[in-house]
Structures are given as structure tokens and as C-alpha cells.
Ligand binder design. Structure first.
Ligand SMILES: [Mn+2]
Length: 284
């Protein structure tokens, strides 16, 4: 089994306990991953959904077991709860089964860059956050339902998993406006905090970009897009899509941030960037 060796890795918005969590793909990613530090950037267990409608799958238990196995092997694990697992914030400052729980963290990259790591819901303004949640729930039901049928059909024909909502999100002006505004608020907050970059999740839209002089790195989600952010030994950051066909979606190095051709196709707004570079393969 090919392993993916890196310095650190960031995943968020796994939503264990939600039917649409892509636990199988995440399990494959975690079993191949070998890193020094693994950050769980919020919404890992969807306590909100579980309170509404209790549902669980053995694969979701397997994901938890694999995370504990990482901790047992010596990987440093940091769990930063999000808004769907906010109840776990009371454990901040404690170590649970070898996993450090924190409200946020500062990650120092291999190249010396300082990143503020947080789930990202703190950048949702009160009113807009609620409107987004309502709209998000509507989208969630619509898109995840359609996504499930779409990919079940693709599976019948032997085609690999393809997140349907990427295309839909890129088509929705309202969604894109929300994403852009969120990214701007994160960038402003990061600059004010004196960090070189932000690493977050929350909006289920993985993205690597320079914004107002800081790096905006969103690790995406495992409900639809199956993306993770990994850091190479030299500090380069890379957003990966992980299903039957793993692909690099974007990469940030010390000098510049450039999207891969896959990202240009998948994330329409990135198409403005010139000089896309070839996709990078995960370490074999
Ligand atoms: Mn969230």
C-alpha cells in the first residue's frame, strides 16, 4: 500500500454521524498517511446531527479507531472543535486518549511560516451565519441527495467519485459571494493577528490562495469533496482530493501560490491565476 509521507496534515468537516460523511475515502487516506502532526480542524463528529437524528456506521467507528492508532504510533494530534462539535470545546487544554484539544493553534511550518489554525466559524457574522446555515442546510439536502444518486450512477459505470456540488457551487453567485466574503474576513483577521497564513475549514470549500498578503488555506471537507491539506518537509502546502483517483488541487510554496490544472478546472474562481503548474502526485 502506497503511503503518503508529509510533515503535517489538516482535515476538517468530516461530520461523523452524518449519512453523507465519506468515511471510506477518509479511512483510506488516514491509513496511508504518515505525518508528524495531524490537525483535526473541527466538525469531526457532528454532535448537532446526532442530537437531531441518531445515526452511526461501523466505518465511522473505524475512522475514530484510525485516529487513535495515529496517536498511539506517536503522531501529534490536535483536535480543534468546530460549530458542529462545539460541546467538545469544554475539553480545551486537555489531552484525551493522546489527542490534544484546543480552541485554536499556531502552526509553525517547515519554512518558518506561522499559521493560525482554527475551524473558521468565528469568521461567520451572527446574522449572515444563520442565513448561511439555513441556506447551507437547504443546499446540503439538495446537493448531498443529488450527489449520492449521481455518484451511485457513476459507480454502476465504473467511474470514479466526482463531487457534484463543486460545479453547482461555482454556478451559484450567492454561494460564491459568501465564500469570497468569508475568505476576506479570514485574511483580515490573520493579518491583524500578525500570522503569515490561516488554516481553516467550515465552509466546505477547499482553497489555496494568497489574499491581501496572507495565505488562505482551507482544507475543505469529507462530506462531499474529500480534501485534505498536507504540508511537505520544506513547508510547501498542498490541497489534495482523495477518492479513487487522488489529485492535487492547489499548492503553496515559499515564493508563490499557484493552482494546479485540476484546481483550475474544479475551482472556477482560481482560473484567473496565470501559469498553472502540473499536478503533483502524492509520495509513493
Ligand atoms: Mn463548521
Amino acid at each position: 500500500m502506497a503511503t503518503l509521507v508529509c510533515r503535517s496534515a489538516f482535515i476538517s468537516d468530516v461530520h461523523l454521524g452524518l449519512r453523507d460523511c465519506k468515511a471510506g475515502y477518509l479511512l483510506d487516506f488516514l491509513r496511508r498517511l504518515r505525518c508528524e502532526q495531524l490537525y483535526l480542524v473541527g466538525d469531526i463528529i457532528d454532535l448537532e446531527a446526532l442530537a437531531r437524528k441518531p445515526w452511526w456506521h461501523p466505518l465511522h467507528s473505524a475512522v475514530l479507531a484510525e485516529l487513535l492508532a495515529h496517536a498511539a504510533r506517536g503522531t501529534r494530534l490536535t483536535y480543534i472543535p468546530g460549530n458542529h462539535d462545539a460541546a467538545l470545546r469544554v475539553l480545551a487544554g486537555r489531552s484525551v486518549a493522546g489527542i490534544e484539544v484546543a480552541l485554536d493553534a499556531v502552526h509553525v511550518g517547515g519554512d518558518g511560516r506561522r499559521y493560525r489554525v482554527s475551524h473558521g466559524d468565528e469568521y461567520d457574522p451572527e446574522g449572515q451565519g444563520r442565513a448561511w446555515t439555513r441556506f447551507g442546510n437547504f443546499m446540503q439536502n439538495m446537493v448531498c441527495g443529488a450527489n449520492r444518486h449521481f455518484n451511485a450512477l457513476r459507480g454502476v459505470f465504473g467511474l470514479p467519485y466526482l463531487p457534484l456540488s463543486l460545479a453547482l457551487k461555482a454556478q451559484s453567485a450567492r454561494t460564491l459571494a459568501y465564500i469570497r466574503a468569508f475568505e476576506s474576513r479570514v485574511a483580515a483577521g490573520t493579518r491583524a493577528a500578525g500570522c503569515d497564513g490561516a488554516i481553516c475549514g467550515h465552509i466546505h470549500f477547499g482553497h489555496v490562495r494568497v489574499l491581501d498578503g496572507v495565505l488562505y488555506l482551507n482544507d475543505g471537507d469529507w462530506v462531499e469533496h474529500c480534501t485534505a491539506l498536507i504540508e511537505h518537509a520544506d513547508g510547501a502546502m498542498e490541497l489534495l482530493h482523495w477518492s479513487e483517483r487522488p489529485a492535487a488541487l492547489g499548492r503553496a510554496s515559499r515564493e508563490r501560490v499557484l493552482p494546479s490544472p485540476a484546481a483550475v478546472r474544479a475551482f472556477a474562481p482560481l482560473g484567473r491565476h496565470a501559469g498553472a503548474r502540473p499536478a503533483l502526485r502524492p509520495a509513493a
